[in-house]
Design a protein around this ligand. Structure first.
Ligand code: NAD
Length: 491
């Protein structure tokens, strides 16, 4: 396919240079279906070149860059993102259709913050050191130092493109690794701007490489199966994680996986009602429900169930399916693509077949303008579904929630934990003892009490069960992206 005139092109970045490829694909706007960019798809040869450039950087200038210089480098990258803040916002909004206010508040600031957090941690991570007694009385000094893994393959999703990609790139580079990054085919743009920032920040050639493309039989698979890639860090669907796990088995690569969720919220009758409604609305509809941490199951104590459903429905009906640049309260963008919309709509059908009462939504809006070619859906709430229904068991990844009443704390805990996923849970109650007690019983990686999405970036992040392998965040990331070497010196 030839690039359309005037449409921006997103190229690969290999060994410090932007590289075109013979094959390109169009990235379509989820707002109106127009072409946002032509993306240069990396074939196996280009992925080989990217891995070779990364390996060369490890043997060369990047491998010789000490921790202090790496920390300074990370800070220059953060400065570079902030200096081009509006460019990053525009690129993220063009790819995803998300409200500009959301990209300005969340995606781009966190992209820069990820580099600053790991720059700071680089100088503050303790190392193991022990004095060993020996029979001759002279002793030995036994210590472990950490060294980079080598070449790390970073495979990122489309929902929070820059935020999630830098969440892995920053600690990987802080630890001294070279990276080969494969952003989602749906969101090539901010990753490409990040390559420009890397170049302008003086990052040694080959330390950061970018390859565009899809998953199977494309750049994603070429990276994960590459024999000279030392580790894979991946965020995406659980089924994709499973496929990658099989793909890395022959080369025994360490993996860090942040996967899907089917996250519950438990609302007790003693909760601050308005805060619980507002917090649950945010956790269901933020980013059009396309955050791995979004709530898709809401269990409400029976005395307040009807009132809570009505209040959440009112919030859903206040949501405005706006153009991304319109500054309106309660704005919500489209889903990422028509293909993802088809998947979400198939769950709307499944809910009806399984006997749901559609409290609100359940369809697509009609605008009478170019947005009719986009990927919008209505915010949707269901009641009356059995816990065995597909919409209760499977991750929808849209602005949807199933609501059901409960009578006892034990029942709420059992309902919340009755899932093969284990990423996050939220508890709303004024009784803090109960908040701690229930949070500790959640079979998941993150439990919030009376809040959602609030987190210090140094704390562990990740999921249990189908929701992931390992934890990232702070020292947990530093531990994954480096490996200890044990040295014992006889004195
Ligand atoms: P996805 O699994 O479809 O794709 C993620 C990335 O993997 C993309 O870059 C894709 O091209 C690549 N990919 C796909 N198949 C591959 C293969 N066989 N080999 C190598 N790479 C492959 O996920 P998505 O649709 O982009 O993102 C949404 C999913 O991500 C949801 O399930 C969501 O819950 C999950 N997610 C999890 C977290 C978390 O931290 N746990 C965060 C965000 C999103």
């Amino acid at each position: 396919m030839n690039p359309s005139a005037g449409v921006v092109e997103r190229r690969n970045f290999i060994g410090g240079c932007f590289v075109a490829s013979a094959r390109q694909f169009p990235k379509l706007s989820p707002v109106d279906g127009s072409i946002v960019a032509m993306v240069h798809e990396a074939d196996a040869a280009l992925v080989d070149a990217a891995v070779a450039a990364a390996r060369g950087a490890m043997r060369g200038a990047w491998g010789r860059t000490g921790a202090t210089a790496r920390a300074e480098c990370l800070r220059r990258i953060a400065d570079g993102i902030e200096a081009r803040f509006d460019d990053f916002v525009a690129a993220e909004v063009a790819d995803t259709g998300k409200p500009v206010a959301l990209a300005r508040r969340l995606d781009i600031p966190r992209g820069a913050a990820n580099f600053r957090v790991f720059a700071d941690l680089l100088r503050a991570t303790a190392q193991d050191s022990w004095f060993l007694e020996t029979a001759d009385g002279r002793g030995a000094l036994n210590y472990a130092f950490r060294k980079p893994l080598g070449v790390v393959g970073v495979i990122a999703p489309w929902n929070l493109p820059l935020l999630l990609l830098t969440w892995k790139v920053a600690p990987a580079m802080a630890c001294g690794n070279a990276v080969v990054v494969k952003p989602s085919e749906e969101t090539p743009s901010t990753a490409t701007l990040l390559a420009e920032v890397m170049r302008d920040a003086g990052v040694p050639d080959g330390a950061f490489n970018l390859v565009h493309g899809f998953g199977p039989q494309s750049a994603g698979e070429f990276v994960t199966t590459h024999p000279d890639v030392d580790a894979i860090t991946f965020t995406g669907e659980s089924a994709t994680g499973s496929a990658i796990l099989r793909a890395v088995a022959p080369t025994v690569k360490p993996v860090s996986f942040e996967l899907g969720g089917k996250n519950p919220a438990i609302v007790f009758a003693d909760a601050d009602f308005d805060a619980a409604v507002a917090g649950t609305a945010q956790s269901v509809f933020e980013n059009t429900g396309q955050v791995c941490l979004c709530t898709e199951r809401v269990y409400v104590e029976r005395p307040i169930f009807e009132r809570f459903v009505a209040a959440l429905a009112a919030r859903a009906q206040a949501v405005q399916l706006a153009w991304p640049h319109t500054d309106v309260p309660d704005a919500m963008g489209p889903l990422i693509s028509r293909a993802h919309r088809d998947k979400v709509l198939s769950y709307f059908d499944a809910a009806r077949e399984d006997g749901a009462t559609v409290v609100t939504g359940g369809g697509t809006p009609t605008f009478g303008d170019a947005r009719d070619a986009g990927a919008y859906v209505q915010p949707t709430l269901w009641t009356g579904l059995p816990e065995t229904a597909r919409c209760v068991r499977e991750e929808v990844f849209g602005p949807v929630a199933h609501l059901a009443p409960f009578d006892t704390e034990d029942e709420a805990v059992a309902l919340a934990n009755d899932t093969r996923y284990g990423l996050a849970a939220t508890v709303w109650t004024r009784d803090l003892s109960r908040g701690h007690r229930v949070a500790q019983q959640m079979e998941c990686g993150l439990a919030w009490v009376n809040c959602w999405f609030l987190r210090d970036l140094r704390t562990p992040f990740g999921g249990a069960k189908l929701s992931g392998i390992g934890r990232e965040g702070g020292a947990h990331s530093m531990a994954f992206y480096s490996e200890p070497v044990n040295v014992c010196v006889k004195l």
